[in-house]
Unconditional design. Structure first.
Length: 112
Protein backbone atom coordinates (compact mmCIF):
# COMPACT_ATOMS: atom_id res chain seq x y z
CA UNK A 1 0.00 0.00 0.00
CA UNK A 2 2.61 2.56 0.95
CA UNK A 3 4.00 3.21 -2.53
CA UNK A 4 7.56 4.34 -2.98
CA UNK A 5 10.64 2.28 -3.49
CA UNK A 6 9.28 0.84 -6.72
CA UNK A 7 11.85 2.48 -8.97
CA UNK A 8 15.52 3.10 -8.39
CA UNK A 9 16.46 6.78 -7.86
CA UNK A 10 17.32 8.63 -11.08
CA UNK A 11 19.96 11.37 -11.15
CA UNK A 12 18.64 14.88 -11.82
CA UNK A 13 18.98 15.80 -15.52
CA UNK A 14 21.27 18.67 -16.52
CA UNK A 15 18.35 20.81 -17.76
CA UNK A 16 16.50 20.61 -14.41
CA UNK A 17 17.88 23.96 -13.27
CA UNK A 18 16.11 25.61 -16.24
CA UNK A 19 12.75 24.24 -15.12
CA UNK A 20 10.59 25.43 -12.24
CA UNK A 21 12.32 25.09 -8.93
CA UNK A 22 10.89 22.98 -6.17
CA UNK A 23 9.28 25.91 -4.34
CA UNK A 24 6.61 26.21 -7.05
CA UNK A 25 7.66 29.54 -8.52
CA UNK A 26 7.84 29.36 -12.29
CA UNK A 27 10.24 30.53 -13.69
CA UNK A 28 12.60 30.39 -10.69
CA UNK A 29 13.74 34.05 -10.78
CA UNK A 30 10.29 35.59 -11.35
CA UNK A 31 9.38 38.10 -8.64
CA UNK A 32 6.11 39.95 -9.27
CA UNK A 33 5.54 42.87 -6.89
CA UNK A 34 2.91 42.16 -4.26
CA UNK A 35 1.24 45.56 -4.70
CA UNK A 36 2.09 47.08 -8.10
CA UNK A 37 2.47 50.84 -8.24
CA UNK A 38 -0.67 52.73 -9.36
CA UNK A 39 -2.64 49.53 -9.92
CA UNK A 40 -5.97 51.30 -9.28
CA UNK A 41 -5.23 53.98 -11.86
CA UNK A 42 -3.99 51.41 -14.37
CA UNK A 43 -7.10 49.30 -13.86
CA UNK A 44 -9.34 52.35 -14.34
CA UNK A 45 -7.50 53.28 -17.56
CA UNK A 46 -7.91 49.76 -18.96
CA UNK A 47 -11.59 49.57 -17.98
CA UNK A 48 -12.22 53.02 -19.47
CA UNK A 49 -10.47 52.01 -22.69
CA UNK A 50 -12.51 48.83 -22.95
CA UNK A 51 -15.73 50.75 -22.35
CA UNK A 52 -14.78 53.17 -25.12
CA UNK A 53 -14.11 50.30 -27.53
CA UNK A 54 -17.38 48.54 -26.64
CA UNK A 55 -19.38 51.77 -26.92
CA UNK A 56 -17.84 52.52 -30.32
CA UNK A 57 -18.69 49.01 -31.53
CA UNK A 58 -22.25 49.40 -30.21
CA UNK A 59 -22.71 52.74 -31.98
CA UNK A 60 -21.31 51.39 -35.25
CA UNK A 61 -23.55 48.32 -35.05
CA UNK A 62 -26.60 50.46 -34.26
CA UNK A 63 -25.96 52.82 -37.18
CA UNK A 64 -25.43 49.97 -39.65
CA UNK A 65 -28.27 47.69 -38.57
CA UNK A 66 -30.56 46.96 -41.53
CA UNK A 67 -33.85 45.08 -41.39
CA UNK A 68 -35.75 44.48 -44.59
CA UNK A 69 -38.83 43.17 -42.83
CA UNK A 70 -40.53 44.18 -39.62
CA UNK A 71 -39.47 41.97 -36.72
CA UNK A 72 -41.93 39.31 -35.60
CA UNK A 73 -42.46 40.41 -32.02
CA UNK A 74 -40.47 42.61 -29.70
CA UNK A 75 -36.65 42.68 -29.97
CA UNK A 76 -34.21 44.56 -27.68
CA UNK A 77 -32.82 46.86 -30.40
CA UNK A 78 -36.25 48.53 -30.61
CA UNK A 79 -35.29 50.36 -27.41
CA UNK A 80 -32.40 52.29 -29.01
CA UNK A 81 -32.82 52.10 -32.79
CA UNK A 82 -35.51 54.31 -34.32
CA UNK A 83 -34.79 53.11 -37.87
CA UNK A 84 -36.34 49.70 -37.24
CA UNK A 85 -39.92 49.27 -38.36
CA UNK A 86 -42.56 48.68 -35.70
CA UNK A 87 -42.80 44.98 -34.87
CA UNK A 88 -45.74 42.83 -35.93
CA UNK A 89 -47.17 39.70 -34.37
CA UNK A 90 -47.87 36.43 -36.17
CA UNK A 91 -51.28 37.79 -37.29
CA UNK A 92 -49.74 40.89 -38.85
CA UNK A 93 -50.94 43.33 -36.17
CA UNK A 94 -48.58 46.21 -35.42
CA UNK A 95 -47.13 45.99 -31.91
CA UNK A 96 -46.15 48.77 -29.55
CA UNK A 97 -42.37 49.33 -29.52
CA UNK A 98 -42.18 49.52 -25.72
CA UNK A 99 -44.70 46.99 -24.41
CA UNK A 100 -44.82 44.58 -27.36
CA UNK A 101 -48.63 44.53 -27.20
CA UNK A 102 -50.94 45.32 -30.14
CA UNK A 103 -51.34 49.07 -30.71
CA UNK A 104 -54.96 49.12 -31.80
CA UNK A 105 -56.31 47.64 -28.57
CA UNK A 106 -57.54 44.53 -30.33
CA UNK A 107 -55.78 42.37 -27.75
CA UNK A 108 -58.84 42.51 -25.47
CA UNK A 109 -61.00 41.05 -28.24
CA UNK A 110 -58.73 38.01 -28.61
CA UNK A 111 -59.07 36.88 -24.96
CA UNK A 112 -61.96 34.60 -24.07
Amino acid sequence: MGGGGHHPPVPEPSYAKLLANKSGLCPPDFHYPKDPKHWRRNTAVVVGGLMLVFYSAFRWSNENEVRYRAPKGWIPSLMWNDKIMDPVDYRGRTLDRVTGKPKDGSEAATHH
